[in-house]
Ligand binder design. Structure first.
Ligand code: PMP
Length: 461
C-alpha cells in the first residue's frame, strides 16, 4: 500500500500508518483491529500526552522502567546535541573523551568496579558478562571448562539467545529453542509463594541454599557464575529477604563462582538506593547496567567489573587472552556516553535515589491500603519498583484471571494512568501489576496512580 507521507501527520494518519506498518514488542496486533493503538507524543516530568492530547501519569517510566529522570530534560538534549556537532562517533580500539569520563564516573559510584565495558542494551551487557566470565576462566584454568551460568527461575536477563537461556521466565522461552547450553536454574526467592512451602524467618533461606545443590549437580568445577537481578523486576517484583544474598555469596566464594548482578532495572535510584544490591550485604563481581543509565535518552548499557577480572585479560600482546575477544560497534558511542553523564549528574544533583526511597514508602503505604480488597493478595517492592499481586481469593492465592488484569490495566489507562502487568501465560505468575514511575514523582502523582487503581479494582469485585 502506498502512503503520502506528510511532515506533520494528523492523529488519524498516524493511527493508520501504525496499523499498516508496525510490529510492536510483546503486542497482540489483533487487538488493533477493534481498538485504536495508543500513540504517545510528548512528555514532561512524569506526565505524558498522546497524539490526541489526552494526558497520562506515566506510572511505568516510559513503559519499561527506563526514564528515571523523567521526560523532557533539555540539559540532556543539549549535551547530546553539542557532542554530536563535535564528534558523533568513534569506536573500536580508540576511545573518545565522553567514554573515558563516563567510565570514571561509574567507577566513582561503584568504587569496587574500576573497569567499564560499554554496549547498547541490557541483553548485550549481560551477554558481555557471560563472555567475560567464560574467557576469564578459560585463561585462568586452561582446559578445565568452567563455563556454566546459573540463574533464578523468575529472573529475566534479556532477549538475545544466551541472555534468554539465562532467563527463568519460561513464558518468554517457549518456541525459541534450542537455546545455548551451559545454563542451569535455581528457584526464585518470593516468600509469598515460597518454592519450598516454608515461611520466613523460620526457613533457613533454602532458596539461596539451593545454589549449592545445583552447583554440585552440575559439577563443581564447571560452574563459572551466578546471575541475579538484585530485586527481580519483570518476573513478579521480588525483593529477597536480607539474609538471602550473604548466603548466596558465601556459596559462590566457596566454589569460586562469580556473582553477576543484573542492575539493568534496579540501577540508578530505581529502588531507593543508587544500586539495588546496596540494600544487601553483598559484593558482586560484575554488574550490568542499562535502562536508568541514560534514562532512555540514548541507548547505552555497561558491564562493569572488579579489577581482578580485568587483569585476567592482560596476557602478552601475541596471546589470544591478551584482550577480551568481543566487540560492539555502537558500544561506547560518544553521544550516548554524554547522555549518560548528564543523566547521572541530574540523578545526583536532584538526589533522585532519595526521592525514590521517600516516594516508594508513600506509594507502598497507599497500595497497602488496597490489601483490604479481597482480590489484592500481596503488595511488595522497594523504592519505586512496586508490584501488586491479584488473586481470586486470599486463602487459595489462586491467581486472578488474566482477562481481569487486562481489564484493570485498561480501566486505569482510561482514567489517565499508565501501569503495567506481567507478561502473559504462566499460571501463578502472570497476576502481578507493576508500578515504576519516574523518580521525580511526587505525592500528587502517586495519589493519581493509586486512586485510579482502587477504582479499577473495585469494579472487579
Ligand atoms: N535485564 C533485566 C533485569 C531486564 O528487565 C531487561 C529488559 N527488560 C534486560 C535485562 C534486557 O534489556 P534490553 O531489553 O535492553 O536488552
Amino acid at each position: 500500500m502506498k502512503h503520502t507521507l506528510t511532515s506533520t501527520p494528523s492523529a488519524a494518519e498516524l493511527v493508520k500508518l501504525h496499523r499498516d506498518h508496525l510490529w510492536l514488542h510483546l503486542t497482540n496486533h489483533k487487538t488493533f483491529e477493534t481498538q485504536e493503538p495508543p500513540i504517545i507524543a510528548e512528555g514532561k516530568g512524569y506526565l505524558l500526552k498522546d497524539v490526541k492530547g489526552k494526558e497520562f501519569v506515566d506510572g511505568l517510566s516510559g513503559g519499561v522502567w527506563v526514564v528515571n529522570v523523567g521526560h523532557g530534560r533539555e540539559s540532556i538534549a543539549n549535551a547530546v546535541s553539542e557532542q554530536m556537532k563535535k564528534l558523533p562517533y568513534y569506536a573500536g580500539s580508540m576511545a573518545t573523551p565522553p567514554y573515558i569520563m563516563l567510565a570514571a564516573k561509574l567507577t566513582s559510584l561503584l568504587p569496587e568496579m574500576p573497569k567499564v565495558y560499554l554496549s547498547n542494551s541490557g541483553s548485550e551487557a549481560n551477554e558481555k558478562s557471560f563472555k567475560m566470565v567464560r574467557q576469564y576462566f578459560s585463561a585462568k584454568f586452561p582446559g578445565k571448562k568452567k563455563y556454566k551460568i546459573i540463574y533464578r527461575n523468575r529472573d529475566y536477563h534479556g532477549t538475545t539467545l544466551a541472555a534468554l537461556a539465562s532467563s527463568g521466565q519460561q513464558e518468554r522461552k517457549t518456541d525459541f529453542g534450542p537455546l545455548p547450553e551451559g545454563f542451569a536454574e535455581i528457584p526464585h526467592a518470593l516468600c509469598y509463594r515460597c518454592p519450598f512451602g516454608k515461611s520466613y524467618p523460620g526457613c533457613s533461606i533454602d532458596c539461596a541454599r539451593a545454589l549449592e545443590q545445583v552447583i554440585q549437580q552440575e559439577g563443581e568445577d564447571t560452574v563459572a557464575a551466578v546471575i541475579v537481578e538484585p530485586i527481580t523486576a519483570g518476573g513478579g517484583i521480588i525483593p529477597p529477604v536480607p539474609e538471602y544474598y550473604p548466603v548466596l555469596q558465601e556459596i559462590c566464594r566457596r566454589y569460586e563462582v562469580l556473582l553477576i548482578m543484573d542492575e539493568v532495572v534496579t540501577g540508578f535510584g530505581r529502588t531507593g538506593m543508587l544500586f539495588g544490591h546496596q540494600h544487601y550485604d553483598v559484593k558482586p563481581d560484575i554488574i550490568t547496567l542499562a535502562k536508568g543509565l541514560a534514562s532512555g535518552y540514548m541507548p547505552i548499557s555497561a558491564t562493569v567489573t572488579r579489577e581482578e577480572i580485568f587483569n585476567g585479560f592482560l596476557a602478552g600482546p601475541d596471546d589470544p587472552n591478551g584482550f577480551f575477544r568481543d566487540i560492539s560497534t555502537f558500544g561506547g558511542c560518544a553521544g550516548s556516553s554524554v547522555a549518560a553523564l548528564e543523566n547521572i549528574r541530574i540523578i545526583e544533583e536532584e538526589r533522585l535515589a532519595d526521592n525514590s526511597a521517600a516516594m516508594g514508602v508513600y506509594l507502598m503505604e497507599r497500595l497497602k491500603e488496597l490489601e483490604e480488597l479481597p482480590i489484592v493478595g500481596n503488595v511488595r517492592g522497594q523504592g519505586l519498583l512496586v508490584g501488586v499481586e491479584l488473586v481470586e481469593d486470599k486463602k487459595s492465592k489462586m491467581p486472578l484471571q488474566e482477562n481481569r488484569l487486562a481489564q484493570v490495566v485498561a480501566f486505569v489507562r482510561d482514567e489517565g494512568v499508565i501501569i503495567g502487568r506481567m507478561m502473559r501465560s504462566v499460571p501463578g505468575y502472570n497476576n502481578v501489576l507493576y508500578m515504576a514511575p519516574p523518580l521525580i514523582i511526587d505525592t500528587q502523582g502517586i495519589d493519581r496512580i493509586v486512586d485510579a487503581l482502587r477504582k479499577a479494582l473495585i469494579r472487579q469485585l
